[in-house]
Design a protein around this ligand. Sequence first.
Ligand SMILES: [Zn+2]
Length: 432
Amino acid sequence: MNKTVYTIFFFIALLHTSFAQNVMCGHDMVRANMEKMYPGYQKYVDQTFEDAKSHAKNIRQTNTTYTIPVVIHIVWKEEEEKIDSSLILSQIDILNEDFQRLNEDADEVRDEFVDVVGNPMINFELKDIIYTQTASDYDVNIFTGALPDEVKFSNQGGSDAINTETHLNIWICKIQPIIFAGQFGGQLLGYAYPPNDLDNWPKGADFPEGEFEGVVLDYRTVGRNNPFPIQILPDQEVTLSKGRTAVHEVGHYLGLRHTWGDADPGFPNSCNVDDGIQDTPNSGIQSMFDCNLYQNSCNNSPFDLPDMIENFMDSASENCQNSFTAGQAALMRGILETSRCVLVDACQEVSTRQLITVPINIQPNPSTGIFSIKGQDLILSNFHFTLFNSAGVTFPLPLHNKTIDLTDFPPGVYFLQGQDETNRIQQKLIKK
Ligand SMILES: [Zn+2]
């Protein structure tokens, strides 16, 4: 066999393995694809994730259950895809159960994980179901990595998002199977864009529009006892009865990563790639839609735990998924208090004392690092200043005389707030 042929065969094998492993969820493809379209995307998602993690440590210790308004778009071509609203209602019930640890199978979590499971206390309220008939097919392009985002735009045969800042949009359509060299190559069940602080991008940067935000699901994954079978592996067709594809994808939408870490498609996962959440046991492979209680891919002595196949962010069979961990719950609540705070009306409140807001002239703005405060006769040394980014993470203000030096800060939008006894200053700073 000459080298070219060998390479092609290897390529096919790699693709096949990759897509077989990614059949559950398009999260890895989302990342790879967005990075290609918008270099730097992953960096900003990582930054949001890190910010939310640090915020999660100081999470507001409230018993508030956050309620997310949900809009469902059903974009159908064949009659079967126009699923009944009863399936949608049961899907909302499932989200409410699983995100409030009210699911009946919650107590099936194994003993070793009883202490790490958590309750995100997140509620979902259905606001609208929008039916749209389409002539389009929704494909995954395995060569470009492009996902079927056309479903989100009416001028491309889909259904336009309802304000993605204030609503979780879920699009339901038929996602075509991946066919490679005439063979079944995999099936995407759903995907979601994780939060990325769009405000963090320099002005004029070509970043994904807010209309992309939300979850896309195949109609055969939705609701309780969905009657429509779906092929997930070359030799396996299943009916999905528990609606947990949506739970998993909403987990991504609220910032969670796969428990096995997010290795790039086509590359092996390993125990060195972590999901960044402390209390999920390290695992190096994803489950393959089974319930393998013996799977233990990483040896973490001295406290070795098996892979947590019960976790919604693994990809075991829906029948053995039943839990988020406390760390995952805290991270999602952290996201709802920062990046996605508008969604649940939980943004940090600015001091409401009766202070007079005074104008401040800072130049240049945007700047590559040095911002100068011009012509102020305020006595700045009397002010207490706060500097924070759009994720709500605060930083000490690098103020010297009348110069703010953000040279060492990552590009993005920062907010300067200052107050003395009577005056308040607020200014957005854009670091290029
Ligand atoms: Zn996923």
